[in-house]
Each structure stands twice: as structure tokens, then as C-alpha cells.
Design a protein around this ligand. Structure first.
Ligand SMILES: CC(C)(COP(=O)(O)OP(=O)(O)OC[C@H]1O[C@@H](n2cnc3c(N)ncnc32)[C@H](O)[C@@H]1OP(=O)(O)O)[C@@H](O)C(=O)NCCC(=O)NCCS
Length: 164
């Protein structure tokens, strides 16, 4: 399997949305339960490209297999700190794609100039936590019972990596 990792392009928007929807439907790994409509996804990807925010995709030939992005918030005083979002399609997990995506998107985030890279992860998501620890993210705290879905509470672990 040869996986291509590259910055997102506008023509990836639909496949990105489908991948997001697929991970959202698992209901266990990300807060999103329903991917935004294509129009909104297109607007998001356009802004990412226009502003040069780091967002990478992984492709197996024509097959979209995953994504990773670091997006800063709106508030001016928080814009040095970008939040990670990522996912790999279920059937492609455990093959090094998440690792390659995080390496690429982190390199781009450092080049962009962010000085704080942060993320939130459900505390039972051991695969993601293992990946983040491998990439130097440290635990900052725990938001207890932060998510409630399908009759279950999830704690959210806050992790970050400071740069410079
Ligand atoms: C988390 C996720 C992105 C990891 O991507 P992946 O392609 O499966 O991971 P990789 O195969 O590249 O593994 C990279 C590292 O992650 C960790 N990891 C991956 N799978 C793991 C598992 N099942 N258990 C423990 N650690 C695991 C390991 O540290 C691994 O490094 P190693 O191979 O040197 O041990 C992927 O599992 C995923 O998309 N999960 C669902 C969505 C999600 O959780 N998104 C993040 C929300 S915060």
C-alpha cells in the first residue's frame, strides 16, 4: 500500500466530508455526529487554502483515507494556538497513516508559526492518545463527564505541545 500525504485541495472537499461523516457515524471518537453540508465544507476548505492553515489528506490512489488539520480560533488573542482535528477511515487504521498525517500537519503548523498546538481527545481513545504522546503532546487536564451520548459519559483529555 502506498499512501500519498499532501495538502488538501478544493476538489477533496466532498471526499473529506464523506470521511468526516463516516468517522462521525461511529459516534465514539469525535464530537461531530453529522458532517456539515457540502456547501459549508467547501467554504471551510476554501478558507483553509486561502489562509494557508495546515490541513493534510491521505490518499490510497484515488481513495480518500484520512485527514488532519490545525485550525486557529476566531479570537485574536487565541490565534497563536491551533486545534488539531484528524481521522482515518476505519478500514485504514493501524497502518501508519495517522502517524504520517500528524507528522506532515505538525511540520506545516510549525512553519505557519503557531506556538501552541492543542487538542481534545476522549479519554478512552487509547489509539489517538498513543499517537499524540508519540508526537510529544502532553496531558494538561481532564474535563470529566464532558460528553454524554447514547447513555454514556465520556471524559475529555486536554493535551498540548508548546513550540519555542
Ligand atoms: C487515532 C487515529 C487517527 C490513528 O491513526 P492510525 O492510522 O490508526 O494510526 P497509526 O497506524 O499511524 O499509528 C500511529 C501511532 O498511534 C498509536 N496507535 C495506533 N493505533 C493504536 C492502538 N490500537 N492502540 C494503541 N495505540 C495505537 C501508536 O502510538 C502508533 O504508533 P506505533 O505504530 O509506533 O505504535 C485513528 O485511529 C482514527 O482515525 N481513529 C478514529 C478517529 C479519531 O479518534 N480521531 C482523533 C480524535 S481526537
Amino acid at each position: 500500500m502506498s499512501i500519498e500525504i499532501r495538502p488538501i485541495r478544493i476538489e477533496d472537499a466532498s471526499a473529506f466530508r464523506e470521511a468526516l461523516q463516516s468517522v462521525a457515524e461511529e459516534r465514539r471518537y469525535i464530537l461531530t455526529l453529522q458532517a456539515p453540508p457540502l456547501e459549508k465544507t467547501l467554504a471551510f476548505v476554501s478558507e483553509v487554502i486561502e489562509k494557508g492553515y495546515p490541513q493534510f489528506v491521505a490518499l490510497d490512489g484515488q481513495q480518500f483515507t484520512g485527514w488532519a488539520d490545525f485550525i486557529p480560533p476566531e479570537k485574536e488573542s487565541l490565534r497563536h494556538a491551533a486545534s488539531l482535528g484528524m481521522g482515518v477511515l476505519k478500514e485504514y487504521r493501524g497502518r501508519g497513516i495517522g502517524d504520517a498525517l500528524l507528522t506532515a500537519v505538525t511540520e506545516a503548523a510549525l512553519a505557519f508559526g503557531f506556538t501552541r498546538l492543542e487538542l481534545e481527545v476522549f479519554s478512552n481513545n487509547s489509539a489517538a492518545i498513543g499517537l499524540y504522546e508519540k508526537h510529544g503532546f502532553e496531558v494538561e487536564g481532564l474535563k470529566r463527564r464532558a460528553r454524554f451520548i447514547d447513555g454514556e459519559y465520556y471524559d475529555i483529555q486536554v493535551m498540548a505541545r508548546l513550540v519555542g
